[in-house]
Design a protein around this ligand. Structure first.
Ligand code: KIV
Length: 321
């Protein structure tokens, strides 16, 4: 995907923030690179990172950059993140979009499904991610029960995620039934990504983890995506949808689509980071590609540390005062 610093004819270059952009941006611009990465508080606004990154404020990825990616036939990458260090690492690795997913329910809070996680549990994770990502667009999932009751409830929850969670956009699950909800949120100034296909918050009504949009059911997903995009969703995410259906959905809407288990025709791809980096154990879904084996690395490190402590090898003189 084109750098967020570049512009095309439809995307004029971004101006400097008219009212200042807060102490983090100011110190990043002024800093001579005195950040103390790894110790928490840093000169570049608490995000650690290299001296180079501290000197050069990164231009934020905006929803219009994702739109430009679709228009220009480029791709963007999205990963979940739920804390400071993963957000910082993925941001610096060039991941364009970070999702504070309600999958934190399963991957942070130890629940079996995404249903139990609450707004109050997700907000602090979202704040940590948003404070730590200098370039990525940060999207927050609205958890189950926080937007379904009424458009007013959805707007109020979306406002909380932008105001208290510092998110740049939100994601909600559901098909065309939620078009009015999306419209109300967008009118309130909340950018919305719509999530269709397999929607984990509805796993009990969908009868478990099932691919959606096979055969004749493809038209339902196309109708969903068109209605949600018409209502103002800036992007449509599809989960566990046959590649051909996802391609048809992508062709039916002007907004960028994002896939997870939806083939390769979408503008963006997303994975849960613990799956992508091999931290989670157990059987992976077919759509997961693992790029590392963090579970083994971390386990080996913990075992070596435990052995050193028990044998008296740690701490050594070099770790003592
Ligand atoms: O919460 C999440 O991680 C998600 C992804 C599966 C897209 O919604």
């Amino acid at each position: 995907m084109a750098s967020s610093n570049s512009s095309d004819s439809s995307t004029p270059a971004e101006l400097a923030a008219p009212y200042g952009s807060g102490p983090a941006a100011a110190s990043a611009a002024a800093s001579s690179g005195t950040s103390a990465s790894g110790t928490g508080g840093t000169a570049d606004g608490g995000t650690g990172g290299t001296a180079e990154a501290a000197r050069k404020p990164a231009a934020r990825i905006r929803t219009h950059h994702l739109q430009a990616a679709k228009v220009n036939g480029e791709r963007f990458a999205m990963l979940t993140a739920y804390d400071q260090y993963t957000a910082e690492i993925f941001d610096q690795a060039g991941i364009e979009v970070l999702l504070v997913g309600d999958s934190a329910s399963n991957n942070v809070f130890g629940n079996e499904t995404s249903l139990p996680v609450t707004v109050d549990e997700l907000l602090p994770l979202c704040r940590a991610v948003a404070r730590s990502a200098r370039r990525a667009l940060v999207i927050a999932d609205l958890p189950f029960g926080s937007y379904e009751v009424s458009t007013q409830q959805a707007v109020a929850t979306g406002v909380r995620f932008l105001k208290e969670g510092l998110a740049h956009a939100v994601k909600i699950e559901g098909g065309k039934f939620y078009a009015e909800t999306v419209r109300a949120m967008v009118q309130a100034g909340i950018p919305v990504m719509a999530h269709i296909g397999f929607t984990p918050q509805s796993e009990h009504s969908l009868g478990g983890y099932r691919v959606q949009g096979r055969g004749d059911d493809a038209q339902r997903l196309i109708d969903d995506a068109v209605a949600l995009a018409d209502a103002g969703a800036f992007s449509v995410l599809m989960e566990m949808v046959p590649a051909a259906t996802a391609a048809a959905v992508d062709a039916a809407v002007d907004v960028p689509t994002v896939g997870i288990g939806a083939g390769s025709a979408t503008t963006g791809q997303v994975l849960v980071w613990q799956d992508m980096a091999g931290l989670r154990g157990g059987k992976m879904a077919k759509f997961v590609k693992q790029y590392a084996d963090l579970r083994t690395s971390l386990s080996d490190a913990a075992k070596a540390y435990g052995d050193d402590v028990r044998s008296g090898q740690f701490p050594g003189p070099e770790h003592s005062f």
